[in-house]
Every structure is written in structure tokens, then in C-alpha cells.
Design a protein around this ligand. Structure first.
Ligand code: ZN
Length: 252
């Protein structure tokens, strides 16, 4: 029985049997791992408290034939504040679900793991509903980029021409994976329109670290356009809706 150690965040945890819990972990080096925590479902002991969504720590796992098992967790950050507020909890769940959906098992996920930890910390420290949309757009942009799906925001994705300074209106093609010039937008039936501020906003958020965005607020119309473009892109990539996102949307 080979044991190994890794840093990881718990993306999700659910009952596996009456006594055991199944967790999906995201580790920077190993990537996504599904693992069983024996006895965690019985409601006692240290695995019960530490194999919970949003917990970040150092995990000791044993290698199984089909599923690995968790034997020990040294919790670094439990992110308990996230469960104090429904909107913050759903936003954090959405970040975890999106991370899960964008990754294959056992492929290194350094950038995504770092982005997820930053997003969970950001949402926990600032659960104000007005601040959540910027945090979520930042995470979507960074998670997409970390998974190789980052949207192109400068060149037309159909013909390659440079778009430069945002025009009053720019098309965004979910299928193309980014912005399109006026000519190419006319031939794209699924194009989403971005105002000047919305394209500026996407470029700014994509290029900024969380610390630079903490106090940034975006008006509702501009945010709705930024969101529609990213929703279109994510929907095109995943080809399925995420439950946590639907719940978050009904709440706001
Ligand atoms: Zn073009």
C-alpha cells in the first residue's frame, strides 16, 4: 500500500457509503484526485471535520486500485467563514465546481490550484454580494486561462486582425473563444455584444491580481455583458450547466 503526501483543496465531498465519504481534491502537483475517507461519514474523528468542501491542507493518501484513500489531513485553512453566508458559500461552490469541470484527473494544476485558493480567500474575506461578481469574473478568467481556454480579448478569433482600443461595440464569439472584428461578427450567429466598458472590464480583470481588484465595482449593465460573454464561453466548453451556478443565479 503506497502512501503519498500532497497539498490540496477539497472541491467536493459526498457520502460514499454509510460510513465513508468520497472527496474530490485538487492538488497543484497531482491535479484532480478522487479519494475515499474511511469512517468520515460517521460524524466522528478528524477526517469527518477536515474532509469538507473548501478545506485546504496537506493530505496523506494511500494508493488504491480504482480509488485512493485519505488517511490524514493537516488543515491549513478551513475557510469556515464561507459557510456563514449563503451567497458566499454558493459562490465558493461555483468556483470549486468550475475547477472540477475544467480539469481531467491527475493532470498538474498549479495555476488553477493557486487561483482557487485566492478566490476562496477573497470571497471569505469580502462576502459582500456587491463584490462577488468581480471576484467570480476574475476566477472564471484565470481558471479558463489555466485550463488552456482563456478568452482572446485583443485579436479577432476568426481572422486574426488586431482590435486595439475597444470600439463602442465589439462582438464576442463563444465558439471562437474570444472577440471578433465587425466583419467576422456579422457571420457569427451566436455572437454576444460587449460595450466599450465591458471589453475594457474583461481585459482589466483578466490582467489584474486579486489585490488590485478588491475595491473595484462594476456597474450592473457592464457586469451583465461581461458575464454573458464568459457564460457563453464556459457553456460552449462544458456543454452542460453547473448546478451551483444555477443556484447562485436564483439567489441574486
Ligand atoms: Zn475578423
Amino acid at each position: 500500500m503506497g502512501l503519498y503526501k500532497c497539498e490540496a483543496v477539497v472541491l467536493r465531498a459526498e457520502p460514499f457509503s454509510e460510513a465513508d465519504r468520497l472527496a474530490v481534491l485538487l492538488s497543484p502537483e497531482i491535479g484532480k484526485v478522487r479519494a475515499v475517507a474511511r469512517g468520515a461519514q460517521r460524524g466522528r474523528g478528524h477526517l469527518c471535520a477536515s474532509v469538507q468542501p473548501f478545506v485546504s491542507g496537506s493530505f496523506v493518501l494511500w494508493q488504491g486500485r480504482s480509488l485512493d484513500g485519505i488517511t490524514q489531513v493537516e488543515v491549513r485553512t478551513a475557510h469556515r467563514g464561507l459557510s456563514q453566508n449563503l451567497e458566499a458559500m454558493l459562490a465558493a461552490s461555483y468556483c470549486c465546481d468550475l475547477s472540477d469541470a475544467l480539469t481531467e484527473e491527475r493532470q498538474e494544476a498549479q495555476a488553477l490550484h493557486g487561483a482557487l485558493l485566492a478566490a476562496l480567500g477573497w470571497i471569505e474575506a469580502n462576502p459582500d454580494p456587491a463584490a462577488l461578481p468581480v471576484a467570480l469574473r476574475w476566477f472564471e478568467l484565470v481558471a479558463l486561462a489555466a485550463s488552456g481556454f482563456g478568452p482572446e480579448l485583443v485579436q479577432c478569433t476568426a481572422c486574426g486582425s488586431e482590435l486595439g482600443e475597444p470600439a463602442a461595440r465589439t462582438g464576442f464569439s463563444p465558439q471562437g473563444g474570444g472577440v471578433v472584428c465587425g466583419d467576422c461578427a456579422a457571420e457569427d450567429e451566436a455572437v454576444v455584444w460587449l460595450s466599450r466598458n465591458a471589453l475594457r472590464g474583461l481585459r482589466y480583470v483578466a490582467a489584474s491580481p486579486p489585490a488590485a481588484l478588491a475595491g473595484v465595482r462594476v456597474g450592473p449593465r457592464t457586469m451583465a455583458e461581461m458575464r454573458a460573454a464568459l457564460d457563453g464561453l464556459i457553456g460552449h466548453i462544458l456543454q452542460r450547466p453547473l448546478k451551483s451556478r444555477a443556484l447562485l443565479d436564483t439567489l441574486s
